[in-house]
Design a protein around this ligand. Structure first.
Ligand SMILES: Cc1cc2nc3c(=O)[nH]c(=O)nc-3n(C[C@H](O)[C@H](O)[C@H](O)COP(=O)(O)O)c2cc1C
Length: 158
């Protein structure tokens, strides 16, 4: 399926994790099957505003730019926090209305993957068996929460 392949490719440059109108750039994520459902999992550090928004959300949407596109938006949404700025407004962007009951996407992307949260867990970084990764990613703490989302539907925008 093209949308999975393109998403995997674009993750290397970034895609948008959308919760309550706040886009956050993510580079980690994966498709899989668990409990018989097609899923997409995301990893969000505790310090992110998105983490706070997800605490009171039952869905998320992943908006995937066209290959290599939206570099400025990805950089902005990967460095600015929704606590300080309204990223969509600052970028003169708009939201793409949800079609499957999850979150509105980031307009102008190629795909919007709407997900219902099935499971969430805080990752204990001390269980990471590779010491080099532990010091590279968690020297300052700030662990990730993993959220497994059931894919409700995918919209191809452009
Ligand atoms: C290319 C790229 C990939 C990123 N991937 C992640 C990620 O997978 N998980 C995460 O917690 N933060 C990730 N970040 C950092 C967040 O996007 C960044 O801290 C953002 O400002 C948080 O926004 P928020 O406070 O509005 O949630 C990434 C940043 C960039 C530039």
């Amino acid at each position: 399926m093209d949308w999975m392949k393109e998403t995997n490719e674009q993750l290397k440059r970034g895609v948008f994790l959308m919760v309550k109108g706040n886009p956050m750039t993510i580079g980690w994520g994966q498709f899989g099957i668990i409990w018989g459902k097609q899923t997409f999992s995301v990893y969000v550090r505790k310090s992110r505003y998105t983490h706070e928004l997800l605490e009171n959300a039952s869905t998320f949407t992943v908006s995937v730019p066209k290959s290599g596109a939206m570099k400025k938006e990805l950089a902005f949404c990967g460095t600015k926090s929704g606590r300080d700025v309204n990223k969509i407004a600052e970028l003169n962007a708009s939201l793409f209305p949800a079609r499957f009951g999850a979150q509105d996407g980031f307009s102008g992307c190629r795909y919007h993957i709407e997900c219902k949260i099935l499971f969430r867990t805080d990752l204990d970084e001390h269980l990471l068996e590779d010491g080099a990764l532990l010091s590279r990613y968690y020297a300052d703490g700030d662990p990730h929460t993993m959220l497994i989302g059931e894919i409700l539907g995918v919209t191809e925008e452009e």
